[in-house]
Design a protein around this ligand. Structure first.
Ligand code: NAP
Length: 300
């Protein structure tokens, strides 16, 4: 495998979070950056991507420090995705709609924030299962940060109805209110998990955005066997979790004749979209990024 070469000209990219040790982004991005050096070394694409553990109380000073040392761009993960917004000069309409930033770039001496999770989420739906979504129903389990990108992604694809189910009525109401005055409001309905049985038979796309079933609790699923049995054949079951692969939820859904999509491609594609912004390139080594993650996760 190619290696990133650090020289006197190397420019800095990275990810901020707290904690950040678990992040797979340094692995994925450095593999892509090393490949680019091999492919087109003469273009001077000399970058390295580092993890930066930054406690919430140090966020402001860290971002000022990033500007001082010439950081070109960085990803933002929990708990900074909302807190970063007041520290940026601009945020894109997409990030504005979601209310969270996962990618920041330095443009004309200003920090500009965007959110590439939508692109990551819709990429496998657009490429592999391309279809007209305008008569389709999406049912989304969970109403946290990732669910916001999923709702915006479903709206962008043109879904007729988007249902979001959660367990906490107050949080659900706040989630719903946060979309008021946005075009998304028209197609969005929220409800509690009690509505699941009624909605599953109508679902063309069923998305798990909760952490239920994530390693190490791999035997758990957001749905009971009875509930999943009512998922229509040919529906798409999409789990944002990427380990285990497949999750219990996807395994159950596939047995019912559903099409399964796991969270690995979303992870890859949100990274691809971020790297394109930082490097201002139309193409980046997607396959290297995908394969690096697959090997790291023991998926071969
Ligand atoms: P989050 O903001 O904490 O939201 C989690 C949501 O799940 C909340 O609505 C929470 O409900 C709900 N939830 C948690 N445990 C539950 C349970 N036992 N029963 C019912 N609902 C439960 O987290 P997030 O950032 O959205 O991430 C969610 C998942 O998506 C994680 O597994 C994460 O790894 C994955 N993810 C994957 C990608 C990717 O690229 N593949 C990207 C982002 C996230 P309350 O609000 O009531 O607590």
């Amino acid at each position: 495998m190619s290696k990133v070469l650090i020289t006197g000209k190397t420019k800095l990219l990275g990810v901020i979070g707290h904690p950040v040790e678990h992040s797979l982004s340094p692995l994925m991005h450095n593999a892509a950056l090393a490949q680019l050096v091999v492919d087109i070394a003469h273009l001077g694409l000399d970058y390295v991507y580092l993890p930066f553990p930054i406690a919430p109380e140090n966020l402001e000073i860290a971002i000022a420090g990033f500007a001082a040392i010439g950081v070109v761009g960085f990803n933002v993960t929990i708990p900074h995705k909302q807190a970063i917004i007041p520290l940026l000069s601009e945020i894109t309409p997409v990030a504005q709609a979601i209310g969270a930033v996962n990618t920041v770039s330095r443009q004309n001496n200003k920090w500009v924030g965007t959110n590439t999770d939508i692109e990551g989420f819709i990429a496998p739906l657009q490429t592999t299962y391309k279809q007209d979504w305008s008569q389709k129903v999406a049912v989304i389990l969970g109403n946290g940060g990732a669910a916001r990108a999923v709702v915006a992604g479903c709206h962008q694809l043109g879904f007729a109805k988007i249902y979001v189910l959660g367990r906490n009525v107050q949080k659900l109401q706040a989630f719903c209110d946060s979309w008021s005055n946005s075009p998304i409001e028209e197609n969005l309905q929220v409800g509690t998990w009690d509505e699941l049985a009624k909605l599953i038979p109508q679902a063309d796309l069923l998305v798990n955005t909760t952490p239920i079933g994530m390693y190490p609790k791999v035997d758990e699923s957001p749905l009971s066997g009875e509930e999943i049995a009512n998922l229509p054949k040919g529906a798409i079951a999409y789990d944002l979790i990427y380990i285990p692969k497949p999750t219990q939820f996807l395994e159950q859904a596939e047995k019912q004749g559903a099409i399964a999509i796991d969270g690995l491609e979303m992870l890859v594609q949100q990274g691809v979209a971020a790297l394109k912004i930082w490097l201002q390139r139309e193409t980046v080594p997607v396959e290297v990024m995908r394969q690096t993650l697959r090997e790291h996760l023991g998926l071969g």
